[in-house]
Design a protein around this ligand. Structure first.
Ligand SMILES: Cc1ncc(COP(=O)(O)O)c(C=O)c1O
Length: 312
């Protein structure tokens, strides 16, 4: 019998917040927010869904060691380290870049939860999917389950499709979320009701690769691409974790009026994409929009300085 991981067993009880922003209201557009950021204090947002079945598979196997990849402020590394700590799974985080003198708050947390950090140069990090590189890591650490960067492995579609069990998706015309690897969007696409459009907002420059990666994730899970989804590739604001003044101002506007915090790496950019669509008249009156807050607020600790510099 397989046991679901303790931290990931309870079905999350998540609220849908109505976001009363005057610009959306005046245009007759309803904007709601799915608060996945509240799903768990430490396995936040989409991570809860991404890790659920991956951790279950690890627990059901003989090898209770997981290795994964990320940057100094990675939400995935943070959530994985905590899930491993709670579950008695040994975790190894392969971190992009040399070990700094002072670790980021994210990596300090991860180490505190028992994760072993393996710092590799940016050049080595680019080989993260190569057999030779993984073989070297196996020589060093013994056997492990390898979870791809961002946690978008073979279980991501099964986990993320369950996001639809949290709200009535038929009540929306457009559902929007941020995309890094595209795993979360792939899960949503797999369970999308007919007539609902999905919009993924690439937070990376050059996000064209997402089309192929998402189609591959769907195919690997035996899902026939249902259409009715698209990507916005021009709201990355210069690239991953880059911030523009327009983004900083949009986030401040959102938070001042709704009382809900965003972070600029993911959900902030997804909101910006919706705001730009509204300004361009691409959301007709009567459109009902659900923005998915995919969490990651822990990463804000590394972005506050940049954000305030960008504010006029
Ligand atoms: C907070 C947050 N939102 C959205 C995403 C994007 O998810 P995905 O990589 O599945 O596209 C990530 C990265 O995993 C994330 O950390």
């Amino acid at each position: 019998m397989t046991t679901l991981p303790v931290v990931l067993t309870q079905h999350p009880n998540i609220s849908v917040d109505i976001v009363d922003l005057p610009d959306f209201k005046q245009a007759g557009v309803q904007l709601d927010l799915l608060r996945l950021d509240l799903v768990h204090p430490l396995i936040s947002g989409n991570k809860w869904f991404k890790l659920k079945y991956a951790v279950e598979a690890v627990m059901a196997s003989d090898c209770h060691r997981v290795l994964s990849f990320g940057g100094a402020w990675s939400n995935h590394i943070h959530a994985l380290a905590y899930a491993g700590y709670e579950q008695g799974i040994e975790t190894i985080g392969v971190i992009r870049g040399e070990r700094p003198v002072r670790l980021s708050a994210t990596l300090l947390d991860a180490e505190r939860w028992g994760m072993t950090l393996e710092f590799v140069s940016r050049a080595q990090y680019r080989n993260k999917n190569e057999a030779d590189f993984l073989a070297q890591l196996r020589d060093k650490y013994g056997s492990f389950h390898c979870l791809p960067e961002g946690g978008s492995g073979e279980w991501v579609v099964a986990g993320c499709r369950e996001i639809f069990s949290l709200f009535n998706a038929d009540q929306y015309d457009l559902i929007c979320c941020a995309c890094g690897t595209g795993g979360t969007l792939a899960g949503l696409i797999a369970a999308k009701p007919d007539g609902v459009e999905l919009l993924g907002v690439s937070v990376l420059k050059g996000g064209e690769f997402l089309y192929e990666d998402i189609r591959n994730l769907l195919a690997d899970s035996g899902v026939v691409d249902p259409d009715g989804w698209s990507l916005t590739l021009d709201c990355h604001e210069g690239g991953y974790a880059r911030v523009s003044t327009e983004l900083a101002v949009a986030m401040r506007h959102f938070t001042e009026l709704s009382g809900i915090g965003l972070e600029p790496v993911y959900t902030g950019k997804a909101f910006l994409a919706l705001q730009r669509k509204l300004k361009r008249g691409e959301l007709p009156p009567g459109t009902r929009v659900m923005l998915i807050h995919t969490g990651g607020m822990q990463g804000l600790r590394g972005m506050q300085g940049l954000l305030s510099k960008k504010l006029p």
